[in-house]
Design a binder for this molecule. Sequence first.
Ligand code: SF4
Ligand code: SF4
Length: 383
Amino acid sequence: MNVGDAAQIDSRGLDALIGVLAGLGYDTLGPVVRDGAVMPGPVTGVADLPAGYHDRQAPGHYRLERGDDSTLFGWAVGPGSWKAEFFPPTQELWRATLDGEVTITEPELPSGPVAIVGARPCEVAALEVLDRVLGAGAVPDPHYGARREGAFVVTAECGTPASTCFCTSMGTGPHAVGGFDLALSELDDGDGHRFVVRVGTELGAEVLSRVPTGEASDSDLEARRHMLDAAEGAMTRVLPTDGLAALLARNLEHPQWDDVADRCLACGNCTLVCPTCFCSDVRDTSSLTGEVRRQRSWSSCFDLDHSYLHGGPVRPSTSSRYRQWLTHKLSTWWDQFGTSGCIGCGRCIAWCPVGIDLTAEVADIARSDGAVRAGAAPPGPSS
Ligand code: SF4
Ligand code: SF4
């Protein structure tokens, strides 16, 4: 098979694919049910995937329910993103020991390649956003690069968006357009439970050649198109993106920032679940035995300490911290990295304890500004 070709596999074929990846030495991860949510975790076969599970999401609400069907990807996204696999919540940078003299050692970089099976197209887009932030630039993060380089990505196109999703607005889903080695589309209709597999790279073709496949028929491809059209049609949330970066840039003193601050708890949940937020903090801890460790941990622009410069925090109010988060995501990220910082997964909406919805906050600002058109293409930085 070649790049762009499509085949068909069933659950046994997907099981074989996961086995082939493990046999090639990949540290194979996929969606698993953990703590009442769909989360990334190690998988050794289809039996580990969340068969029959479906999520219900709304502002401040996430519930996982078990149906009597056998679909494996019948949910949208869970709280845990793939970010944690490449940019861990806590990472040791070095440790120093004192034994006559000071010795500084750095941890070994992760060696084994990782394969992720079942990442949503929006989540693949999130990894590409992180590639620009952590994997590029003057000083790329070696830990991120070591894990991300050589990662094998099997995406699962989305047929079941949650009410909190808006990937169509951000141009990141529900169909997969790039960033994957193989793309699955799960079909479960009168013709049975099966997957269309599309090849994204030569490595994907090589891996798929080791898996028993059948021909993707015209009716399979038509069923895939129908699934994706239905998913797009089911997406009720919209983030009008045409001119959005400029809209926010000219509304830094809008009263909506104080309005949202009356509701926001500054808890940072939205940043922790976000697949593109990358703020971190560095702390040193010392022991009485003469060992010092420097660790990097996820941080949040909602933390008061995060903007602490000499003399105090630059952003002391909740309104200034929420404004920083939202305007960075949707406006100044373009200036820094040439893309939006939001891929429309809706996690920050579902996992905000008070149900703050960034699409609604933007809509309120846009309403009084009147300059944004719904449904237009993503903007450049100055549009
Ligand atoms: S800002 Fe919200 S919707 Fe956008 S990528 Fe982050 S969690 Fe997802
Ligand atoms: S917007 Fe919601 S999740 Fe984010 S800091 Fe405020 S209360 Fe927490």
